[in-house]
Design a protein around this ligand. Structure first.
Ligand code: GLU
Length: 299
């Protein structure tokens, strides 16, 4: 069947966008699995994007392991695989549209800490010390003036959200002095260029969503229209599982058991133990957001 352009535009497209600073753990696996099942239950496509702009923290070894693990689990992505590390010139092109709203900044962490101690009443995330200094944009980090008004979005799991990007994020660093592009700029551009309609990711990223929406608006990029921030898997100390707190990497030598475990964590109806592909087909069929609604953690 041939689709008209307007019908194609409505095709639901979701994505999984891991940063390869380490291997997948149970937390990132639940994000991958939930975003996959959800978009497939809507008859859509699931894209994969490797968010490796931070070349100092990311490694090709981790990227390759993530691809192997997803494949072993039957989580096959649609369309081309994107590596953000290959897209720096695209991000810089978009940044050049934001010249009027961005500025160079050489404030060190220590200088900002010192400022905060001397101005205890200041509530600004970044007190705009460099706003008027006209520092070279390429020799220093680049900050973007985020708007100072409320932006609302309806989160399909957490409910309606209102956030002020300036209050939450201040003038965000969008490019570091070493040229590395900040996550939120890259994600805003790529979600639009990949035609993503449904973003499903961890709740820890929700405070940045209004900044993402603001950046997409500033760049005239079509916005994602469905947002979902998933409850987090916590370790026994109540911390989000992450590479920083040494979350155990997943072991895909028994992929079906692992899928069953992750589906249980997501409080989904149980699936019959079978090949990963058949288990996923059943999980998609049964997929429901109901047990996740309003939840902040998965236990
Ligand atoms: N790359 C981010 C991470 O691995 C996720 C970004 C997103 O889903 O928007 O935490």
């Amino acid at each position: 069947m041939r689709l008209l352009a307007t019908e194609m535009a409505r095709l639901p497209i979701g994505r999984f966008a891991p940063s390869p600073t380490g291997e997948l753990h149970l937390g990132s696996l639940t994000t991958a699995l939930a975003s996959y099942c959800h978009i497939k239950s809507l008859g859509g496509q699931w894209r994969l994007r490797i968010e490796d702009t931070d070349t100092l923290r990311c490694s090709p070894l981790s990227s390759n392991q993530i691809l192997k693990d997803l494949t072993a689990l039957g989580l096959h992505w649609d369309g081309p695989l994107l590596y953000q590390s290959e897209r720096t010139s695209i991000y810089n092109d978009y940044l050049s549209q934001l010249t009027a709203l961005s500025y160079g900044c050489d404030c060190s962490r220590a200088a900002l800490k010192d400022y905060a101690e001397r101005h205890p009443l200041s509530t600004a995330v970044y007190p705009r010390l460099c706003l008027k200094r006209q520092l070279n944009r390429h020799q220093h980090k680049l900050r973007l003036q985020l708007p100072n008004y409320q932006i609302g979005f309806l989160d399909g799991i957490q409910g309606p959200q209102w956030q002020n990007p300036q209050t939450l994020q201040g003038d965000m660093v969008v490019r570091r002095a070493d040229g590395i592009i900040n996550y939120i700029l890259a994600v805003s551009i790529d979600d639009a260029l990949q035609g993503i309609t449904h973003v499903m990711r961890g709740l820890d990223i929700m405070p940045m969503t209004c900044a993402q929406i603001a950046i997409m608006q500033m760049l005239g990029l079509s916005a994602v229209n469905h947002w979902y921030h998933l409850p987090l898997v916590l370790n026994p100390f109540g911390q989000k599982l992450s590479k920083q707190n040494l979350a155990t990497p997943i072991d895909t030598s028994h992929p079906s058991d692992l899928l069953a475990q992750a589906l249980r964590l997501l409080n989904q109806p149980s699936v019959d133990l079978d090949t990963p592909e058949r288990m996923l087909a059943q999980a998609i069929e049964q997929w429901t957001l109901e047990p996740l609604l309003g939840q902040q953690q998965l236990i």
